[in-house]
Design a protein around this ligand. Structure first.
Ligand code: ASP
Ligand code: MG
Length: 413
């Protein structure tokens, strides 16, 4: 039995007309003889509406009750869509997370999927051609409803595809795929026909909000072929796949940017063992994610430590540092929110040299100063002044010739 998983986001189920388009997609796939699991999000804006309702009612809603509230969004979508299918003589039924069940841990609001009863689903396919499953939700062992974090329906879809060994997990959305960079910033951005899981993780963590990051991690772990495409066209979109030789032969696949960074500098702290630990331990304890870190000796026995955090965490981070900075001998503490990060991403960097040099040279040509640099195996990131972000993205995009389809040589050296 071939199973296809198709996930439709909030804008694809926003109203009756949109749902009819979704039904057309489902019908096409049924004609090919596959059984379908359809995962739906809440109708556009519904989850936000529910969150503001909760805020009106309570200053500190219990996370358990928040999840009971938020799961209703998807419940509306799956019941309405199943009615539509039934009226069109398609054998279908709706399923909420707890009915399957989709078991999760009990981190309310950001629960992780632990297992899915796929046998139960397979049995339901004896009487149904389409199972319409509510995304974004599950339940814990104590029968509490849980949600998977914003954008979590993507993860529901990939997890169900993995559990049912679906031939493909199609994520239908309002964009037609994954681009080399943000087309709003760079009109030359090109739709990628394929992207490696690792590249997508880097793109997603930089705010390319096409997929929930966790869904990509899941897809990578279980090798689920994911196809990101538009609900409103028949064009193929972008396939997320394991990297192969052809991808490695391409130097750079995309340029990402992150407008959420803030920089903190501790000036002239003691240059001795344990100083970095005493800065970053309390950050970790407070759940503050630190991204770039640079430390270099300033003068005899002293060093500067500069790092970046999420803008929203800056105040908390600053308060933590204020408390410890005197013990570390710091002579100054600076923070800066007028900074953004641009990144060059590509699995090809694993076996090509010179990518950093091209990137730095092209930024220099536009007189853009680099404030911090960090690299990983498949990414080079530069922190720059906020006002240059869009220019930097366009410049890097051009420097790596991303507007053109890459020339595949067949060699990966
Ligand atoms: N409805 C949820 C949200 O808006 C989950 C999803 O759409 O993926 O975040
Ligand atoms: Mg989404």
């Amino acid at each position: 039995m071939d199973v296809v998983v198709q996930k439709f986001g909030g804008s694809s189920v926003a109203d009756l007309e949109c749902m009819q388009q979704v039904m057309a997609k489902v019908k096409q796939t049924l004609q090919q003889g596959s059984k379908i699991v359809v995962i739906l999000s809440a109708m556009a804006g519904e989850t936000d509406r529910l969150i503001s309702l909760a805020k009106e009612w309570s200053k500190t809603p219990r996370p358990e009750e928040m999840d009971v509230l938020l799961t209703t969004g998807e419940q509306i979508s799956v019941s309405l869509f199943s009615m539509l299918l039934n009226d069109n003589r398609i054998k279908a039924r709706s399923l909420l997370g707890f009915q399957i069940p989709i078991h999760t841990d009990n981190s309310f609001g950001k629960a992780r999927i632990l297992d899915i009863d796929h046998e139960y689903l397979r049995n339901l396919f004896k009487k149904n051609d389409v199972l319409v499953v509510a995304g974004f939700q599950g339940c814990d062992v104590s029968r509490n409803l849980t949600t998977l974090g914003r954008g979590g329906s993507d993860t529901s879809a990939v997890a169900l595809a993995a559990a049912l060994q679906a031939s493909v997990c199609e994520i239908y959305t309002d964009v037609d795929g994954v681009y080399t960079t943000d087309p709003n910033v760079c009109p030359q951005a090109r739709k990628l026909s394929r992207i490696a899981y690792d590249e997508m993780l880097e793109m997603a963590s930089m705010g390319a909000k096409v997929l929930q990051i966790r869904s990509v991690e899941f897809a990578k772990k279980y090798n689920v072929p994911v196809h990101v495409r538009s609900t409103f066209s028949d064009e193929p979109g972008t396939f997320l796949v394991q990297e192969d030789q052809e991808m490695e032969s391409v130097l750079v696949s995309g340029i990402a940017y992150d407008k959420d960074q803030a920089r903190i500098t501790l000036v002239d702290v003691f240059d001795e063992p344990g100083v970095a630990a005493s800065v970053f331990e309390p950050m970790a304890a407070a759940g503050i994610v630190v991204d770039m870190i640079v430390q270099n000796p300033s003068r005899e026995g002293r060093t500067d430590i500069t790092f970046t955090v999420h803008k929203g965490d800056l105040e908390r981070a600053r308060r933590i540092i204020e408390k410890i900075k005197d013990n570390l001998g710091a002579r100054g503490l600076f923070t800066d929110t007028n900074v953004n990060k641009v990144s060059v991403i590509g699995v090809g960097m694993r076996n090509h040299s010179g990518v950093a040099a091209i990137a730095f040279k092209s930024l220099q040509a536009e007189d853009i100063n680099i404030l911090m640099i960090s690299t990983s195996e498949i990414k080079i990131s530069c922190l720059i002044e906020e006002k240059y972000t869009e220019l930097a993205v366009r410049t890097l995009h051009e420097a790596f010739g991303l507007e053109k389809e890459p020339q595949v040589t067949g060699f990966s050296e």
